[in-house]
Design a binder for this molecule. Structure first.
Ligand SMILES: Cc1ncc(COP(=O)(O)O)c(C=O)c1O
Ligand SMILES: [Zn+2]
Length: 404
């Protein structure tokens, strides 16, 4: 594991020491990236052997030198679609707490323990809270979590079960973020909000390493990523930078496709307007809870990456997200989370528009398990459990069976 050389501001490029815990750039409040001496690392770090550990820590040679708090996160399957030979689904449901948020929180909590931090806090659309609660419990650290009141039940339950301090807020994740910032000042919590500390990106970058390794050290043509705060997309782009500098991969980078829900699409709107940052998206509403981020902190970085990659930002309405979710359940045996189903619906749309061709090699992130959303999905399907012995009617609509 390499020593961290310094932390670098994503906006003004100022260097900050990693000897003490850091949040954002002290000069401009930009997000901080972890930097290593990659020239030196290129001489010593090698691609992981086939026999390397079956978790994200197989990339220990490009992660901070720390004793990991691990629950077995990462090294998730890359499943080829049964219907589209060019499409590969990165199945993040297999992570601890059922979502890709495990990767970022494993890294952030490992570093928090390394720094001796005792109290962590975060706002969350849901799955980040579950992951923080689990890793904090494993590390013996206190977790303070703020979530919108209508967060999926699983996330609320996990927070409680793992023993976190859970506050449900009448508002959105942006309101939760304000409460965390106030509490951090008042109570001395360390704020592990998305992109307001350097290590969640560092954990999530392993998704970029993995997909390249699983494609035999080559890039796909496109990567679809359901984008709320955008941490995974930003992390993967960082991974591609590093892998190229280490000589682990060459070739044109994938088009990065950021997918949002139409009910909360600040980045998609900025993209359409050609803006370099997003504006607050009013009345944000979607059952893809992880995409309900009305003003992502890293919006400018997301837009720049998408532009640079030749990708696009696309938003999908909830009814089409649900249709795609049922489509993949019924034709591929995969119970996607709504965020993942936004990406599969976006794939269909970009094939139909000709932006992508069926033979293009595409990696699409299913960022979590549909099982985390049973209340929201049942609601969207208008599905209630029959109270008496009943045989539900099943009506095929366009090849998709809608239970009634
Ligand atoms: C299942 C799921 N997918 C996607 C996202 C969005 O992630 P990011 O903030 O990295 O864009 C979230 C965030 O909560 C999520 O829970
Ligand atoms: Zn700065």
């Amino acid at each position: 594991m390499p020593a961290i050389a310094f932390l670098e501001c994503s906006r003004c490029h100022q260097h900050v020491s990693a000897d003490a815990p850091q949040t954002v750039c002290p000069a401009c409040a930009g997000s901080l990236y972890v930097r290593y001496d990659l020239n030196e690392l290129a001489l010593t770090a090698t691609r992981p052997a086939c026999s390397a550990v079956d978790s994200m820590w197989r990339y220990a040679s490009v992660l901070p030198d720390v004793d990991p708090v691990t629950l077995g996160e990462g090294w998730t399957p890359l499943l080829q679609s049964r219907r589209y030979s060019g499409l590969f689904l990165k199945e993040e449901a297999n992570n601890p707490t059922g979502s890709f948020k495990a990767r970022g929180m494993a890294m952030a909590v490992s570093m928090a323990r390394h720094y001796g931090l005792k109290k962590l806090a975060a706002p969350s659309a849901g799955n980040a809270a579950s992951a923080l609660a689990a890793y904090a419990a494993a590390a013996g650290i206190e977790a303070h979590i703020f979530m919108p009141r209508d967060v999926p039940m699983a996330n609320y339950l996990e927070g409680q079960a793992y023993g976190a301090h859970v506050t449900l807020v009448d508002g959105l994740i942006s309101d939760c973020g304000r409460l965390v910032a106030e509490g951090a000042k008042r109570e001395g919590w360390f704020d592990v909000s998305t992109l307001k500390e350097p290590f969640r990106v560092e954990g999530k970058k392993t998704m970029g390493y993995e997909l390249v390794e699983q494609l035999r050290w080559s890039y796909p043509d496109a990567v679809f990523y359901p984008t709320g705060g955008g941490v995974g997309l930003i992390g993967m782009w960082k991974a591609f930078d590093e892998m190229e500098q280490l000589g682990w991969v060459t070739g044109p980078r994938p088009k990065m496709i950021a997918v949002q829900a139409s009910g909360c699409a600040p980045v998609a709107r900025a993209w359409k307007e050609g803006a370099s940052a997003s504006k607050m998206f009013d009345n944000a509403a979607t059952f893809a809870a992880g995409l309900r981020v009305p003003k992502p902190y890293g919006d400018a970085i997301i837009l720049e990456i998408v532009r640079h990659s030749g990708g696009t930002v696309i938003d999908i309405p909830d009814d089409r997200i649900l249709a795609s979710l049922l489509d993949y359940a019924q034709h591929e045996g995969l119970f996607l989370c709504p965020e993942g189903a936004a990406a599969t619906a976006a794939y269909d749309e970009l094939l139909a528009s000709g932006f992508l061709k069926p033979e293009d090699r595409v990696v699409l992130f299913n960022t979590g398990s549909g099982l985390k959303y049973i209340d929201a999905i049942a609601d969207a399907m208008h599905l209630t459990r029959p109270t008496q012995k009943q045989y539900p009617q099943r009506t095929p609509v366009g090849g998709i069976i809608i239970p009634q």
